[in-house]
Ligand binder design. Structure first.
Ligand code: ATP
Ligand code: MG
Length: 573
């Protein structure tokens, strides 16, 4: 059974933390712990990155170490300042602090180049004239060894001259590469003379036109870790078979050599989890942007109403392991509800209003009633809400001809208005099409606060807002963006729009809000009583309120857990 973790529960000692703890005992790194989170600024961060962020920053915090934020900005073609800014904002928002240690791989370009010269001098790197296609053809397959490049045995002097010429722009894009001289028959394809540098005449968002050769990931990443004195270089499982190369480069250079540790990446049901795919959604206009509340990006989740604590608790709950799996979206939403339940003020809002006239309530009378702000938080206090003759309730809370198990309002039936009075429906008013347009009700003045003095049983309590004071608002309801529970990694050619849930966004206008919401600001979170958790959208202005539904109150995950618990108990007895 999965128990949901919170801020106060200690983090379990997973296999990564066990390694770090063991290294502390043996004194392997002089008792230093230094990790890093190394995003490539080629898109906005998503919830998968949050797992890596919480792991790297979390370990540093728990072991009194340090964690760097480092941009792995070695590919000028796809990287932009906008992404750098958004990543900084998102990591901060999640609650982590890199202090003064904000680094860019591009700051190390000169150092990396010098290391390249050094490898050439050691006879461990060479300039190759094979193009991308020929390089691929020479590499061989899993069952066949590769073929050595005809340029493999150039002299050190020739290689130095050519590499320097590459740097000053003597060659066209793709004309030459610098390769590591390892083993074309190596069973691991990554070790078959991998490319370290390519020629690319492209402007970089930070270094401009200073460089026309750019380092490849495998070459660059270990150097970045080494230069920063990283101890544990934590990455996802797909880099497991790159580790021999990571180790080879650092051994060949005889420099500080961190330990690479791989963990399983996060996959979520109904979710595309790759910046490349998310970029396609944005570029094709299938969502409103990177921060569309349906996106699994940190900025999308923030706009949707997720709290940093909910995301951190989720990451703690799923833990870290070595085999890839897919986590149920319901678990993320469960963690979200757990946090919002504790922290969100309760307010009343009616999404689909039905007017009620309380016929025996005096025309000009207004009752100031006491409403509790958050029953889960005694410090949250209470507020006054005004009750008057005309109110709105949720249209779904009335049925003219109710079936057996419908306990809410119906003709002749009495219900409770939350914090207010008991009312009884006395008349149903309809238009010429037979549509109910309003109800007439009577109220019992003896039931102020919603309590019947004679203790008579009332089966339903409805939320409501006073018509005279209500604020108009737009509310956006969301569902899964993807239609398929397990969308996998959709191919480049695949039509993304065909995979989307056509009902992922529903906009309702003319919702009625209690007046306290007039003070709201973007990103404020609430529980709308009986409806779910909602968050003020940045589109919201005092004259046009806009809310996003973060999540409903219904918690399928809690239900599954309860069933499991019951099963266990009945097995015991
Ligand atoms: P994407 O495929 O979404 O572009 P990426 O791995 O290319 O992801 P990077 O910017 O290189 O993105 O990622 C920064 C760090 O976040 C890396 O250490 C990477 O392993 C980690 N990371 C990325 N996606 C996930 C995920 N789904 N679960 C856990 N960690 C992830
Ligand atoms: Mg990437």
């Amino acid at each position: 059974m999965t128990t949901v973790e919170n801020e106060d529960t200690p983090t379990k000692l997973d296999f990564v933390r066990s390694i770090v703890a063991e290294d502390g005992k043996t004194g392997k790194w002089d008792c230093r712990v230094h990790t890093r989170f190394p995003p490539e600024p080629n898109g906005y961060l998503h919830i998968g990155h949050a797992k890596s962020i919480c792991l790297n920053f979390g370990i540093a915090e728990e072991f009194q170490g340090k964690c760097n934020l480092r941009f792995d900005d070695t590919n000028p073609a796809k990287e932009e300042q906008e992404y750098v800014d958004s990543i900084i904002e998102d990591v901060k928002w999640l609650g982590w602090d890199w202090e003064e240690r904000l680094y860019f791989a591009s700051s190390y370009f000169q150092q990396m180049y010098d290391y390249g010269l050094e490898l050439i001098k050691k006879g461990k790197a060479y300039v190759c004239d094979l193009g991308p296609e020929e390089t691929r053809n020479h590499r061989g397959t899993l069952t066949e060894p590769g073929r050595e490049s005809p340029y493999r045995n150039r002299s050190v002097e020739e290689n130095l001259d050519l590499f320097k010429a590459m740097k000053i722009g003597a060659f066209a894009d793709g004309a030459k590469t610098l390769k590591a001289k390892i083993d074309m028959a190596h069973p691991n394809l990554n070790m078959r003379d991998p490319v370290m540098y390519r020629v690319l005449h492209a402007s970089h968002h930070r270094t401009g036109d200073d460089w026309c050769i750019y380092p490849l990931y495998d070459w660059a990443h270990g150097l970045e870790d080494s230069l920063e004195g990283i101890t544990h270089s934590i990455c996802t499982l797909e880099f497991e078979n790159h580790r021999p190369l990571y180790d080879w480069f650092l051994d060949a250079l005889e420099v500080h050599h961190p330990q690479q540790i791989e963990f399983a990446r996060l996959n979520l049901t109904y979710t595309l989890m790759s910046k490349r795919q998310l970029l396609r959604l944005v570029e094709k206009g299938l969502v409103r942007g990177w921060d569309d509340p349906r996106m699994p990006t940190i900025s999308g989740l923030r706009r949707r109403g997720y709290s940093p604590a909910a995301i951190r608790n989720f990451c703690k709950t799923i833990g870290v392991n070595k085999s890839n799996s897919t986590v149920d979206m319901a678990l993320l939403e469960h963690c979200l509800r757990q946090d919002l339940n504790k922290t969100s003020p309760r307010v009343m809002a009616v999404l689909n209003p039905l007017k009620i006239v309380i016929t025996n309530y005096p025309m000009s009378q207004v009752d100031e009633l006491e409403a509790i702000n958050n029953p889960e938080d005694p410090d949250a206090g209470s507020r006054k809400i005004s009750f008057s003759r005309v109110i709105y309730i949720e249209r779904e809370d009335f049925m003219e001809d109710p079936p057996k198990r419908f306990f809410r309002l119906a003709p002749g039936r009495e219900v409770r208005l939350r914090y207010a009075y008991l009312i009884t429906c006395t008349k149903v008013v309809k238009d010429e099409d037979g549509q109910v347009t309003e109800l007439h009700c009577s109220y019992d003045p003896e039931t102020r606060g919603g309590n019947a003095p004679d203790g008579r049983r009332i089966k339903a309590t409805l939320h409501w807002v006073s018509a005279a004071y209500a604020l108009d608002a737009e509310v956006r309801l969301y569902d899964h963006l993807l239609a398929n529970e397990n969308p996998g990694d959709l191919d480049e050619g695949e039509d993304l729009s065909a995979n989307l849930n056509p009902d992922s966004l529903k906009v309702i206008t003319h919702c009625k809000m209690e007046p306290s919401l007039g003070e709201t600001e973007p990103f404020c979170r609430y529980q709308f009583e009986r409806l779910g958790y909602f968050c003020t959208d940045p589109d919201s202005t005092p004259s046009r309120l806009v809310f996003n539904r973060t999540v409903t109150l219904r918690d399928p995950w809690a239900k599954v857990q309860k069933q499991e618990q019951n099963q266990k108990q009945s097995q015991k007895s």
